[in-house]
Design a protein around this ligand. Structure first.
Ligand code: NAD
Length: 469
């Protein structure tokens, strides 16, 4: 275990260009990040390619054992990692935030180690015998976003390593320290060269996606970048798993109990201060309980403390960066100008340091409003009124993204009937955004393709091979 200062020192750049990372809550420096180049990327890919065959030859049991040790290493450094994550990303230590994210890293490493994946006999009729196996791909590139930087990196690298691949990680330019520190800790238990984080900009991401030595890209980020990666990976016919943007709808059915669902709705929308791919981003509420749901939600939201993440009382933090703050502010201002009613928030304090935008609820808003149709990725939830379930389903399905969705009802069977009509990769009932390492997760429509987690997630990190005979 290292102290917080030792952890920062271990990842501090020793040469080359550097960038000062600022705390989004205070504007104060958190640390120095290296600005790696495409040359650094080349070295990392070469090291990965050199280390991979021996790692693959270890077999599933030994690789799983190493992943379990890596999970232990994360737990040994959990508090230091959570503190760094909180300072760089902004999310509070407390609540479903930084400590929760570091805990998820250990949990997903353990799940990747424990999930069975045996060869499958597809035909065995006495004449023909065919088995389906999964061979390692080789070197996998992992490109990630800034909202859950550690957890998403583990989602990408844990199944890749388990399946016998080496990994080169390209973290977001906004949150490189969190990922560098995580990779540093994991490498206490992994062979040299097998896992490297290359902390460069978009040029490094592009080079990784186009590199002939890389067999697959695991990408989590915006739909626009996903499309760019499809293009840059085309020449080398790379395998891709794309977890892209979402604009998840939640539908509250007429029989729901507003008080009982209010807290679940709140965290579905405001987890990580709304900066979550599969957060509830537009809420459809039946006319008969619209006012009650708005009132209960406003009561819950108004009681949630927002502030510096290192203060244990806070459960909401700042936006991670000014660009995202500006997007949220623009969308809420436009909604207000269009005549929508601000139930809560919408009034950031211009004198407050940091990128704090208050938890905001917007009622009586048209379904065509940009706060509804664009991904806000922040703490501002539009609440839209509907009168028939058909109308709600049509509005929920109207966008070209479909990551998650949810249905809220006192009658789970009725909710499942509505769920089956929604065009989304996951539909939750009476909750939103809950992920589980045993349950496959992926998007529909332009929210991406490919599944993560569980046995399906492992298969996505292998090359299927049929042995016939
Ligand atoms: P982003 O697309 O801007 O950046 C993601 C990563 O891609 C960064 O590391 C960036 O450097 C890199 N990149 C940028 N251009 C590239 C290119 N041309 N080639 C290769 N790499 C490139 O996304 P972001 O703003 O960091 O993240 C927010 C978005 O991510 C939101 O839309 C959110 O919904 C989505 N997201 C999706 C999931 C999911 O599981 N579906 C999870 C988290 C976030």
């Amino acid at each position: 275990m290292e102290t917080y200062d030792a952890l920062l020192a271990a990842i501090a750049p020793t040469s080359g260009e550097t960038r000062t990372i600022l705390d989004p809550a205070t504007g104060q420096p958190v640390g120095q990040a290296p600005v790696h180049t495409v040359r650094d990327l080349e070295q990392a890919i070469a090291a990965a390619a050199a280390a991979q065959p021996e790692w693959a030859a270890l077999g599933h049991d030994a690789r799983s054992a190493a992943l379990l040790k890596a999970a232990d290493a994360v737990e040994r450094s959990a508090e230091e990692l959570a503190r760094l994550l909180s300072r760089e990303q902004g999310k509070p230590l407390n609540g479903p935030n930084a400590r929760f994210e570091v805990g998820a890293c250990a949990a997903w490493l353990r799940a990747a180690a424990a999930t069975p994946l045996d060869p499958e006999t597809v035909v065995d009729d006495g004449e023909t015998r065919a088995e389906l196996h999964y061979r390692p791909i080789g070197v996998v590139g992992a490109i990630g976003p800034w909202n859950w930087p550690m957890m998403i990196t583990v989602w990408q690298l844990a199944p890749a390593l388990r399946m016998g691949n080496a990994v080169v990680v390209k973290p977001s330019e906004y949150t490189p320290l969190s990922v560098l520190a995580l990779v540093h800790v994991l490498n206490q238990e992994l062979p040299d060269g097998l896992l490297t984080a290359v902390s460069g900009g978009r040029d490094v991401g592009e080079a990784l996606a186009g590199h002939p030595g890389v067999g697959k890209i695991m990408f989590t980020g915006s739909t626009a970048t996903g499309k760019a990666i499809i293009k840059s990976s085309a020449e080398t016919v790379k395998r891709l798993t794309l977890e892209l943007g979402g604009n998840d709808a939640g539908i509250v059915l007429p029989d729901a109990d507003p008080k009982a669902i209010a807290e679940g709705l709140f965290w579905g929308a405001f987890i990580n201060t709304g900066q979550t791919c599969a957060a509830l981003k537009r809420l459809y509420v039946h006319d008969t309980l619209y006012d009650a749901v708005c009132a209960e939600l406003a009561t819950v939201a108004a009681a949630m403390p927002m502030g510096n993440g290192l203060d244990e009382t806070n459960v909401l933090g700042p936006l991670q960066n000014r660009q995202q703050y500006d997007i949220v502010a623009r969308l809420v201002d436009a909604a207000r100008d269009s005549g929508a009613r601000i139930l809560l928030g919408g009034d950031p304090d211009p004198d407050r340091p940091g990128h704090f935008y208050p938890a905001t609820l917007v009622a009586d808003i048209e379904n065509s409003n940009p706060l509804v149709t664009e991904e806000q990725f922040g703490p501002a939830l539009p609440i839209i009124r509907y009168s028939t379930v058909d109308e709600a389903v049509a509005m929920a399905n109207a966008l070209d993204v479909g990551l998650g969705a949810s249905v809220w009802s006192a009658d789970p069977a009725a909710a499942r009937t509505v769920a089956a009509r929604l065009e989304a990769g996951t539909v939750w009932i009476n909750k939103h955004g809950a992920v589980d390492p045993r349950i496959p997760f992926g998007g529909a429509k332009q929210s991406g393709y490919g599944l993560e987690f569980g046995a399906e997630g492992l298969k996505a990190l292998g090359v299927p091979q049929i042995i016939n005979g």
